[in-house]
Design a protein around this ligand. Sequence first.
Ligand SMILES: [Zn+2]
Ligand SMILES: [Zn+2]
Length: 554
Amino acid sequence: MPSGKLHVVPLGGLGEFGMNCMAIRWGDDIIVVDAGLMFPEAELLGVDIVVPDISYLTENRQRVRAIILTHGHEDHIGALPWMLSELKVPVWATEFTLAYVEDKLEEHNLVDDADLNEIRAGERFKIGPFTIHPIQVTHSLVDCVALAIHTPLGVLIHTGDFKVDPTPTDNRLFDLHSFAEYGKEGVLALFQDSTNVERKGYTPSERAVRRKFDEIFARTERRLFISCFSSSIHRIKIAVELAREHGRKVAFIGRSMTSSAEIAEDLGYIEIPDGLLVHPGEMKNFPPEKVCVLISGTQGEPMSAMSRAAVDNHKHAKIERGDTVVLSSRIIPGNEKAIYRMIDHLFRRQAHVIYEDGSFPPVHVSGHASREELKLIINLVRPRYFIPIHGEYRQLKLHAELAAEMRGAIGQVMLIESGDILEFDELGARKIGRVNVGRVCIDSGSRTDVVEDLIIKDRRHLSEDGIVLPIIAINKLTGLVEASPEIVTRGFEPGEDGFIEGAKQLVMETLEVSSDEEKADYGVIKEKIRADLKRYVSKQTQKRPLIMPVILEI
Ligand SMILES: [Zn+2]
Ligand SMILES: [Zn+2]
């Protein structure tokens, strides 16, 4: 066995939901598995996306050889535009994933400079000291792979996201055989998706929603709207097939839905017979019982097509009394309010709304492996080391416990989090330290829009304690303060009477004790007013609103 150290460093996704990214290093060569984003929580006000801190990679930029993507979900590819603008690195991914990546890079004008390389399940490729074998897995998206990474110390298997779906709609089956082969030959470490470790049994096949969809098509008398994630290709395929069988035309509405369906059709995942598809604008020419609309926006995103249709504010998607709306997705925690608000609007429009309510057959199924599937893969792979990935801390911990009970199938379980350096050598594996990790907030997806901490602080400030604007009119010629200052507040409850009067008084006093020079320097005088008001406000109200003095020259 060669002497040397193999380092595995998760940069995101272990101990948090999303932002999946893992560096694997041997000597002077680093490869990266996945480049995901995280959708911001409500406390990151107004931030569009969150990406992992990749300073470990930028500090080692001359060593980074490749980014390899397991599949096309945002939590695996969404940080790519940002990472490629920081690091010039070739990207390797399957055909379908690359189509999503190109679409995304085009939005940021990065596609011409990108070095994109197609991989196929079953075809090995070599990067530096690593030989990588993509293995076909099944998931809610198509063309997804796990990676068997041959290193000088042994084979690492990274599952990516998966469930073991025996009947995927594209008939591209989970390659259990390869997992079993590696199990026989010996695997150094298995890194496995923890997302659904809390679910017993097996996750139903993507095909399970077909029965429910068929029932819905059969009993729907007017227009049928189906909303699902635009990446739910299996779901779109089922809906398109049923629309044809039930004699309905299909319209796609929403940018992400339209472009995703186009990619899926181009690559042969869905077949749309001539004459089936209609432009959204043509729908009004067909009787309501002859139309099926696939529309984006299952999470109640305010600008999405579904949300706008729900409040009758979409040019083509008109929802009328007696129409049926199907929300074929899970409710992502944090989005409940927005989703139920949207559902309320749909009820007001007197639509029938069908959403996931636990009934069977399901209107939505998960894309991630439940406990029995997780055990199945562990039993096939029988790794020396087992490391749970993709999950919040409790999921990683529960997954570690599940694995620890499987004595005989596993050597040792290692529980690590984002930033931990897991070191392997001929003696074994251990945690040896940490690298910097964290979240980088981005306003609209490009590197120039990284939001400074300060801005987020200001935004939080505004939302919690409001804003106080002292407005002072100064005569430009004389430097004298004209009239008494105005105090405007927003989102801030001054409480006691007399607060505003007191604040005005205080601003006047600050002005009086300031020299003419200070008053002429607006920067200085504003800062003095701000500091004095801040003391006053916090004494009077125990609050810390954002205080922004405004000077009007008159
Ligand atoms: Zn996924
Ligand atoms: Zn994922």
